[in-house]
Design a protein around this ligand. Structure first.
Ligand code: NAD
Length: 473
């Protein structure tokens, strides 16, 4: 059995000295496949001090040196693509082929745009008699979730390193393997000692990291509830915070939408990764007059999605990642039925054909209204809520009727009409007619989805502040 028992600080792996190990469980077999030995507060202190010491040198490196380092990191990550896909499949249930396609290729693209972003930043500028410099914020705590374990790490660490900051990573204890592979790649890429550090553990060590005096900024991706706590804790140390939190994003089909093109994409963007994506389009807002056709076509698409072993190449949907997630998804499904939503396919319980594993069948509800919990709370499972509307104003009101604001989509044969609708959506990004997600643009939320931006130049800027030198011009 694998053991994640060595943290990384000062350019070396050291034994974790925390208390009770945390099991890592394969969601398909329900077997314990590894364990995480958490760091103690003394280990955390070693990692944070390491990052603080390394800052002296890394913060004075040139943008070009940082660019070359990140390019080497991209190569080292790419050579590990198979290993990443394997560990993501076994630790969190994302089908291996999909892991390669989505969970591994996306961070590599992200890194490419961050490298390009280094050249897009105006590192110094003259203002009257002064010189204004963009300078790194300092030590960044990167706290990440289990659903896109590699992508979240890369989005944070690449932006931080490009800015000249150093990092202490605290990955999710649920799916730690990607973080260890990332650390190995960082070593191979020759990232200088202390610039990237890795600690293991759950919420307790996360709290310790947030409160550590060496940390200048907390970059957190995870649930809204924990994001709130982190922001409150950061207030004491007046630390900067960026929060990438949950979502309840809506795909809106305007009356002239091309259903043939839209519905396969709607199915994919609501169900991929078993619905465990912050940007999951878990609400579909559709014209009432087209409702029965839409439901029938979506049901047919999803019936063609095989559920199965994440290591099997034929599998389209794996299990959800944890037992807690399985319980939550089931309870949300039961509650939706009780509140009057109409179950069209799927439903609660273990998906048929499985005797073990946290398999949830793709589930469609129609006749969902805004007052139902299913329209408001993040399920983080393969459950799509379809909400009918009678006119465009109502469609917009429904789209905006949640406290979240992370993502969304609009479909219309008229691109101007779709763009105009998109501009009225209270959300950080909107996909128009199924366009590819552009990783060079800023990614982040509004409202309960948090604030701060990642990706490309925008992710670097998040880790920079200004210094003005009066009389230096
Ligand atoms: P989570 O909030 O439970 O945990 C996230 C991380 O925070 C983990 O590493 C965890 O150990 C740590 N943590 C927990 N309590 C902490 C505390 N009090 N102080 C410091 N650290 C603490 O989230 P999760 O279950 O791992 O991930 C799922 C959530 O992440 C979903 O809500 C999803 O929408 C969100 N998410 C958001 C984005 C985004 O970019 N907006 C991306 C992916 C996931």
């Amino acid at each position: 059995m694998k053991t994640y028992s060595r943290f990384y600080a000062d350019g070396t792996y050291l034994p974790c000295t925390g208390a009770t190990p945390i099991p890592v469980v394969d969601p398909a077999s329900e077997d314990k496949i590894a364990e995480v030995v958490p760091c103690s507060l003394a280990d955390l202190d070693r990692a944070a001090s390491s990052a603080q010491r390394a800052l002296e040198i890394w913060s004075t490196s040139t943008p070009d040196e940082r660019k070359q380092t990140l390019q080497r990191l991209a190569v080292a990550l790419e050579t590990r693509s198979e290993a990443f896909a394997e560990v993501l499949a076994t630790e969190m249930g994302c089908p291996r082929w999909l892991s390669k396609l989505m969970q591994v290729s996306m961070p590599l693209k992200n890194l490419e745009f961050t490298v390009a972003g280094i050249n897009q930043i105006q590192w110094t500028e003259t203002v009257g008699n002064g010189v204004v410099e963009r300078v790194p914020v300092g030590v960044i705590a990167a706290i990440t979730p289990w659903n896109f374990p590699l992508h979240q790490i890369v989005a944070k660490v690449a932006g931080a390193l490009a800015a000249g900051c150093t990092v202490v990573m605290k990955p999710s204890e649920v799916a730690p393997g990607a973080a260890l592979l990332f650390m190995e790649a960082a070593c191979e890429a020759g990232i200088p000692e202390g610039v990237v550090n890795l600690i293991w553990g759950g919420p307790e060590i996360g709290v310790g990291l947030v409160n550590h005096p060496a940390v200048d900024q907390i970059s957190f991706t995870g649930s809204t509830a924990i994001g709130r706590r982190i922001m409150a804790a950061a207030a004491d140390g007046l630390k900067r915070v960026t929060l990438e939190l949950g979502g309840k994003s809506a795909a809106v089909l305007l009356p002239d939408a091309d259903l043939e093109a839209a519905l396969p994409v709607v199915a994919r963007l609501s169900m991929a990764n078993s619905g465990q994506a912050c940007v999951s389009q878990s609400r579909l807002i559709a014209p009432r007059s087209l409702m029965s056709e839409i439901v029938e076509r979506l049901a047919e698409i999803l019936r063609g999605w095989p559920l199965g072993d994440p290591l099997d190449e034929a599998t389209r949907l794996g299990p959800v990642a944890t037992h807690a997630q399985f319980v939550r998804v089931n309870s949300m499904i039961q509650q939706a039925s009780q509140q009057g939503a109409c179950l069209r396919i799927g439903g609660s319980g273990r998906a048929s054909g499985f005797s073990k594993g946290w398999y949830c069948a793709p589930t469609l509800f129609s006749d969902v209204t805004s007052h139902m919990e299913l329209a408001q709370a993040e399920v983080f499972g393969p459950v799509l809520a379809i909400m009918p509307y009678d006119n465009e104003a109502e469609a917009l009101a429904l789209a905006n009727a949640t406290r979240y604001g992370l993502s969304g989509a609009v479909w219309s044969r008229d691109k101007e009409r779709a763009s105009s609708f998109a501009r009225k959506m209270k959300t950080g990004q909107v996909v128009i007619n199924g366009a590819a997600q552009n990783l060079a643009t800023p990614f982040g939320g509004m409202g309960d989805s948090g604030f701060g931006r990642e990706n490309g130049r925008f992710g670097i800027e998040e880790c920079l502040t200004y210094r003005s030198l009066h009389g230096a011009a």
